[in-house]
Write a protein that binds this ligand. Structure first.
Ligand SMILES: [Zn+2]
Length: 216
């Protein structure tokens, strides 16, 4: 009974696959969903400037897309735990890290949403990797609209929109976000960390939006 209660606490619905609803014993994902991610992984190796290596669970489509959307917009913070569990079960991190951090959210949006989904994911992943989590980046006010700028200017704009809040010199950093689309935000964050003399930055995302990143 205690185990059952613990499982209910750990997973929103322990009897069903988090994504497809198929019956499942322990993991948040059924064997079919898990193996589809394993199969697709070799085809997703996005390159992002300033990021040493990018790790990703799945393409941004189907149920992954729906659940990430719910995590982001429909007030489902508990989904972060299931995604983090799936990431830690299925994505093989080849490095040890000194610090896990997340792509920050602007304070105004944080107040609207009540949480930063990237930070929830990063905290869960850090705990499972037994690595300290610290939010060392913050988003500062930026009034220049992105869509009016060219690619280089946009990159610079993003870099100015972020600030570092702690010393990170010499650290191996894992930077977490929910979805990778153009990679420009991860790149801007990584460039800030690299300029601040981290040892290196790897990125971990739940999903890669392949259609959007194809032109990068
Ligand atoms: Zn499934």
């Amino acid at each position: 009974m205690l185990l059952e209660a613990a499982l209910r606490f750990l997973f929103p619905d322990p009897a069903k696959c988090f994504l497809c609803g198929a019956p499942v014993a322990l993991s948040p994902l059924c064997t079919a969903c898990a193996s589809s991610f394993r199969a697709g992984r070799s085809t997703m190796q996005p390159k992002i400037e300033f990021v040493n290596r990018v790790f990703a669970l799945a393409p941004y489509r189907g149920e992954v897309r729906k659940k990430l959307h719910a995590l982001k917009y429909w007030d489902r913070p508990a989904f972060a735990r299931s995604f983090a569990q799936a990431v830690c079960d299925l994505v093989i991190l080849t490095e040890r890290y000194d610090l896990v951090t997340a792509i920050p959210m602007h304070r105004r949006r944080f107040i609207q949403r009540g949480y930063n989904q990237a930070e929830l994911l990063a905290r869960e992943i850090a705990a499972r990797q037994r690595t300290p989590f610290r939010q060392v980046l913050k988003r500062v006010q930026d009034t220049r609209p992105q869509h009016l700028l060219g690619r280089m200017a946009r990159q610079e704009n993003l870099a100015h929109a972020l600030a570092l809040t702690a010393r990170v010199e010499g650290l191996r950093v894992l930077l977490v976000d929910d979805i990778l689309t153009t990679g420009s935000t991860l790149s801007a964050a990584a460039s800030l960390l690299v300029t601040s003399k981290v040892k290196h930055v790897d990125a971990l995302v739940v999903a890669v939006s392949l259609a959007d990143s194809a032109g990068q």
